[in-house]
Design a protein around this ligand. Sequence first.
Ligand SMILES: [Zn+2]
Ligand SMILES: [Zn+2]
Length: 316
Amino acid sequence: MIHPPDRPSALGAGGANAIAFAIGVVADEWTLLILRHALQRDVLRFQDWQELLPISSAVLTSRLRHLCEAGVLVPQEYDDRPRRFEYHLSPRGAALWPVLATIGAWELAWATDHGERVTPLRHRDCGRHFEPVPACRTCAEPVTQREITAAFGPSGSWPRSAPNTTMRRRSSGSTSLGAGFFPQSRALIGNRWSAAMLGAAYLGAHRFSEFQRRLGAPATVVADRLRTFRDLGVLTASGSADRSNRSTYRLTDKGRAFLPVVMSAIDWGQRWFLAPEGPAVVLGHRGTGHEYALLLLCSECRAPLSGRSIEAAASV
Ligand SMILES: [Zn+2]
Ligand SMILES: [Zn+2]
């Protein structure tokens, strides 16, 4: 499936929706690392990614192919003996910067126990290291999770929001452990049930039975993901600890802080992948009467961020 990279692609009626498509692209660590170098260091060539990343030729080849099929990268021949290609970000690919910026900021702030240091970002306009602050594109006010309302739109449902196997890059062999750069983000959105469980938590699910009912997921899967989310400190459980069905699960500050990542991915998906029935999810800015779309502000100077105004800073 090749998508025209400069305009939104139409998705099939009744099939995977924009959320599924976005998760299928961004829930892979190698893909995020390839995009991070493309966005922040203008990397274009196979050998340059290979020099910068501990990635095998086979994995890099498969990820570049997937990103070209999704219209995120566009191959351009730069040598014909032998034929060699550069991979340029399309407008759709360049529009992924909020996902990268929010994942990097979250890992830096909350996932402090992994070995690989995430490079902080610098805002060119004010010259300072910053965190992206979620705000509302309509009124430009900063928002918290509680100020955003969400409901499934005409193409929304849990089954349609889960990426299918052709969208997801299944790792094999030694790469199945992931790249180790965004391990906690990967645990949160790296498979269909995790992403859906997180979505259900943001939409107000608190009990085991609510997660199970909303998602239609097997009980063992729900129990496994709840345990993972508790281990990561994204959810806390209160109530009877030994009877999971009686426990009440609540998002922690760490869990709520991940919301901008999810919002960025949804925002990107809904802008670039259109289901004929309409949007997958409809967001509102609570108490204002207007729809909600994500805007990211610089935490230091409060100016709206853009892809071109941010760069990777030297590690601190
Ligand atoms: Zn607003
Ligand atoms: Zn700034």
